[in-house]
Design a protein around this ligand. Structure first.
Ligand code: C2E
Ligand code: MG
Ligand code: MG
Length: 721
């Protein structure tokens, strides 16, 4: 059915409607109804809105061209189908309910529905449905007038979104007119700047200026906007309360249809926190967090600059490397908190005694460095080094007690000691170790001998690695004589290194290298096993209670692995009594106050291996240590014995040591006895045992066998004393 037929078939008269469109139909009834019908027909067919006419049963009777275009269906396809054929499931249930109720009540309906086109595409359909009644008031038709409003809806949605972004975004937004006067700001603008919209309307954004940036900066900014349409960058602004903040600002020019600038839009965010984080990172990469001194990186930078300057001026640059002596002990005994506290105070003291122009840096741990530049002679460096030492020996006030430290300082000079940074630091390091070696709490200048020494150590380390496998070690035995009886039932095993090129190398030269390289663990095990084999032999051939002393370095206590066989296990496995071995340790080991060391010493003694305290008197000679650790023997260091004579200070010390040890149930061995006078004095003081060239020098196993056989033959007790 077409529109023409529909209109013709309205027969008895024109339909009556209760809406606007239908009013038009009513008014069209008049003196010339046919003409009106034709006019109506054309009007409906050609209007831009879609018109769909259905019967009371909602079956489509007619559709105009605009509806065909909108829906994609031809009128022919639509005829006889239900009006609901476009209806999509995305229309809100509420709207559909309203539609159904209106149809049911035969009342007009207006609404917006999300409908389907023939091709399945969804579109917004603005729809009004009007019931048409005949003269008797019976429903004859529905006239639906429809429009595709998808574009308008999209536009509305975008506007809504934009408004939301404007109102709720975290970035401050200001809209300016073409004169750059503010016309609108959002809430974030107020939150960041502190100004409300009312306070900024009509003003330019220069009112936010902090004054930090120059006029030319602002001129350049607007020039960029005028030429390129936008600008972005960091700007310092001032809040209403006066506080300055850094913002990241973007300004874009908006143009109207004619291409003229109508608005400027500025968006910005407060990046003060980012700036602070950035500055913190820069600071962290150059400074030490604990002491706030320059760190290694900045120190190297500055040293590089000072060296360049010295090349121009011809003056000298000194690097002082400073290491706090025994800092580890403070850390271990008082805790890291107190260690840190001491470091902060030490850093401050060093800073106080150098010149303002000198750099003090913390290179790590307890190691500091000072750059002293523009030197014409060495006096200022010596003064600074001594002042540093003096400043550090004063007690440090820590939480519960006072901390006492000292420092060792190594000094190297540019250009006389080194021509580049690396060598200069290496030289200062060598000088620092020399200071430590010469008793700590002092400073040392780098000398070429130190370099030779360092090279020698390197050579020794390399050679030591293969010495064990190449069988270059052997043990020498030096008798320990009972001063009362003259018997020799003890001896000390002393390592010897027979190098194929260098000949015999003294343990005094290679043991420190073996300790610092860690090779001492392997070497020490070899010494122990060789001594164990030898003592088993001596027990058989000489005396069943014969004892061999073995020196054990602190490094052996620290690096011993749990997996390796313990010394008592080894002795047991070979059927050797643990009493046959005495372990010689030094006071330094006891001073470390480490649980690991305590445990190992205890288990040695529990197994029956005796412990001897070597070189007594050269270290801390603490009574407390003697008491705490069950020590069996104290060995008076040869430095006391060497100068022993009647009435000497050394004599008094030896007497005191002997008396004290005996009170604690400890026996005393005097080392380095070379003269009969020394022997007599020690014997008179009650010393139990003696060791020294007077009796015999350390000798090979074979020579020692002969020695024992000889002394046994000469005297029923052993050597003649
Ligand atoms: P030490 O344990 O105090 O050994 C005593 C040192 O004094 C030995 O030096 C010995 O030869 C020397 N000596 C003995 N009697 C006299 C004397 O009357 N006059 C003089 N001037 N010296 C005397 P040596 O053998 O050169 O050993 C030096 C140090 O090397 C030892 O001192 C010890 O600390 C270390 N050492 C030796 N062997 C070993 C070892 O197997 N392991 C470890 N860790 N250290 C060892
Ligand atoms: Mg010894
Ligand atoms: Mg000794």
């Amino acid at each position: 059915m077409t529109l023409a037929r529909l209109l013709a078939e309205t027969g008895a008269g024109l339909p009556v409607a209760n809406n606007q469109a239908a009013v038009g139909l009513c008014q069209s009834s008049g003196t010339r109804p046919e003409l009106k019908r034709v006019t109506l027909l054309h009007a409906i067919a050609s209007i831009s809105q879609g018109v769909l006419i259905s019967g009371p049963d909602r079956l489509i009777l007619s559709a105009n061209k605009a509806f065909e275009n909108m829906s994609g269906y031809s009128e022919a396809e639509l005829l006889g189908r239900n009006c609901a054929l476009l209806q999509g499931p995305q229309t809100s249930p509420k709207t559909l309910k309203e539609l159904r109720m209106a149809l049911h009540a035969e009342e007009p309906f207006y609404g917006e529905l999300l409908n389907y086109r023939k091709d399945g595409a969804i579109f917004w359909n603005e729809l009004s449905i009007n019931p048409v009644f005949d003269r008797g008031g019976a429903l004859t038709h529905y006239v639906g007038i429809q429009r595709d409003v998808t574009e308008r809806k999209l536009h509305q949605t975008q506007l809504k979104l934009a408004a939301q972004v404007f109102a709720q975004g975290h970035e401050g937004i200001m809209v300016m007119d073409e004169q750059r006067a503010i016309v609108m700001v959002n809430q974030a603008f107020t939150d960041i700047s502190g100004y409300t919209q009312a306070e900024v309307l009509g003003k330019t954004n220069r009112m936010l200026s902090s004054g930090r940036q120059s006029d030319s900066f602002y001129r350049a900014k607007w020039q960029a906007i005028d030429t390129t349409g936008s600008w972005q960058g960091e700007v310092w602004h001032r809040r209403k309360d006066g506080a300055e903040y850094l913002e990241w600002l973007t300004i874009s020019a908006m143009v109207d249809d004619q291409g003229c600038v109508c608005n400027y839009i500025g968006t910005f965010s407060d990046i003060s926190e980012q700036l602070a984080a950035r500055e913190r990172i820069t600071w962290l990469s150059h400074f030490d967090v604990l002491t706030h001194l320059p760190n290694r990186a900045l120190f190297m930078d500055r040293l590089g600059l000072e060296i360049k300057r010295a090349q121009r001026t011809g003056l000298t640059v000194a690097v002082l490397l400073l290491d706090i002596d025994h800092f580890k002990e403070i850390n271990d005994a008082l805790g890291h908190d107190q260690g840190d506290r001491l470091l902060v105070a030490a850093a401050q003291r060093v800073r106080n005694v150098v010149r303002d122009m000198d750099t003090v840096a913390r290179l790590g741990g307890d190691e500091f460095a000072v750059i002293v530049s523009d030197l014409q002679d060495l006096q200022p460096v010596k003064t600074i080094a001594q002042n540093i030492l003096d400043a550090l020996v004063a007690p440090f006030e820590l939480e519960a007690s006072s901390g006492y430290v000292s420092a060792s300082v190594g000094i190297a000079l540019y250009p006389s000691d080194a021509s580049d940074i690396e060598t200069l630091l290496k030289s200062a390091d060598q000088a620092m170790y020399a200071a430590k070696a010469s008793g700590r709490n002092c400073y040392s200048f780098f000398t070429p001998e130190l370099q030779d020494h360092a090279q020698n150590r390197l050579w020794l380390t390399n050679e030591l690695r293969s010495a064990l496998t190449n069988d270059q070690f052997w043990l020498a035995y030096q008798p320990i004589v009972n001063l009362k009886t003259g018997e020799v039932r003890k001896a000390e095993a002393l390592i010897r290194w027979q190098h194929p090129v260098r000949g015999l190398i003294s343990p005094a030269d290679f043991i420190p290298v073996a300790e610092s390289s860690g090779l001492i663990v392997e070497i020490g095990e070899w010494v122990f096993r060789t001594a164990a084999t030898q003592v088993a032999h001596l027990c058989k051939t000489h005396a069943a209670d014969f004892q061999l002393s073995v020196n054990k370095s602190p490094a052996q206590f620290h690096r011993q692995t749990a997996k390796s066989e313990t010394w008592d296990q080894h002795l047991e496995r070979h059927g050797i009594s643990c009493h046959s071995i005495v372990v010689e340790i030094t006071e330094g080991l006891l001073l470390e106050a480490s649980q690991r060391v305590d445990d190992q010493l205890r288990s040695l003694r529990e197994a029956g291996i005796q412990v001897s305290l070597d070189d007594f008197g050269t270290g801390y000679s603490s009574l407390a240590y003697l008491q705490k650790h069950d020590i069996d023997y104290v060995k008076i260091d040869q430095s006391f014995v060497r100068n022993l004579c009647c009435g000497s200070k050394e004599m008094t010390l030896c007497e005191a040591i002997i008396a004290m040890a005996h009170k604690l149930g400890i026996q005393v061995i005097a080392e380095g006895i070379e003269t009969t006078e020394q022997l007599e004095l020690l014997r008179a003081a009650g010393c139990d045992y003696g060791q020294g060239y007077l009796f015999a020098r350390p000798m090979s196993a074979l020579a020692f066998d002969n020695f024992l056989a000889q002394s046994g033959a000469d005297s029923p007790h052993g050597v003649s004393t």
